[in-house]
Design a protein around this ligand. Structure first.
Ligand code: NAP
Length: 243
């Protein structure tokens, strides 16, 4: 079903984005691998080893024009944009009373506006195609909040609103829009947390282990393949949040 399709993954140089890009490649899709600062040759080789094409594309998705050029380049290279995974994200944690204006703005600009920027560009193409799947990477922090993450939680909660509105706007033409809310996944983003914080988090995970990027990647492929799920948030969190 994904064979020969075009999949854009933002922030795909490492962590969850990298695992998602590989999972879609394994399913036979051509990959547009967005990165901001740098990528290693290894990831391109890994993706190509599945017999698909990989186009690395440098763009800061928080910049409207750069996000637009990313989507345009994907369409020019492969002729379609079938799946867009808005994975790029940053944290700038701190308690509200100490959080700088810049730390608030930059997290919103990357995590929330970045997704709007790419959706704005891709929705036009998907509407014309009358098909497409958009997947936005939210977080359990966007569902239940987190001490020291007012900016991050606000951006991830905002992504859920964006997901549901886009799902309603695009549904008539067969385009689905969903969000994934990962819990604690072992990547560079969480490696910086202290053992104390990790121990506290573990207490709230019924499955008693941290997730792997692969766990999230499988959820992304599932949401892209299933054509009758839209406007939903899929928690990949070991049971942390049960709706
Ligand atoms: P990560 O290892 O820090 O990777 C994030 C990636 O996003 C990096 O490759 C980064 O590139 C890229 N990025 C950041 N800003 C960007 C921009 N403006 N334009 C393009 N790319 C940009 O983080 P991760 O753990 O894999 O997280 C991936 C996503 O999952 C994020 O949205 C995160 O909020 C979400 N998430 C993660 C967890 C978790 O436990 N790890 C839990 C819930 C949600 P540079 O390195 O070049 O900046």
């Amino acid at each position: 079903m994904l064979r020969g399709k075009t999949v854009i993954v933002t922030g795909a140089a490492k962590g969850i984005g990298r695992a998602i890009a590989k999972k879609f490649a394994e399913a036979g899709a051509n990959i547009v691998l967005n990165y901001r600062s740098r990528i290693d040759d290894e990831i391109v080789k890994e993706i190509e080893s599945f017999g698909v094409e990989c186009m690395p594309y440098k763009a800061d998705v928080s910049d409207f024009k750069e996000a637009e050029s990313l989507v345009k380049a994907a369409k020019e290279k492969f002729g379609s944009v079938d799946v867009l995974v808005n994975n790029a994200g940053i944290t700038k944690d701190g308690l509200i009373m100490r959080m700088s204006e810049d730390d608030f703005d930059s997290v919103i600009k990357t995590n929330l506006k970045g997704a709007f920027n790419t959706i704005r560009a891709a929705s036009n193409i998907m509407l014309k195609q009358r098909s497409g799947a958009i997947i936005n990477m939210s977080s359990v922090s966007g569902l239940i909040g987190n001490v020291g993450q007012a900016n991050y939680s606000a951006s991830k909660a905002g992504l859920i609103g964006l997901t549901k509105s886009a799902a309603r706007e695009l549904a008539a033409r067969g385009v689905t829009v969903n969000a994934i809310a990962p819990g604690f996944i072992s990547t560079d983003m969480t490696a910086v947390l202290s053992d104390n914080i990790k121990d506290e988090m573990m207490k709230n995970i019924p499955l008693k282990r941290f997730g792997e990027a692969e766990d999230v990647a499988k959820a992304a492929v599932f949401l892209a393949e299933n054509r009758y799920i839209t406007g939903q948030v899929l928690n990949v969190d070991g049971g942390m949040v049960m709706n």
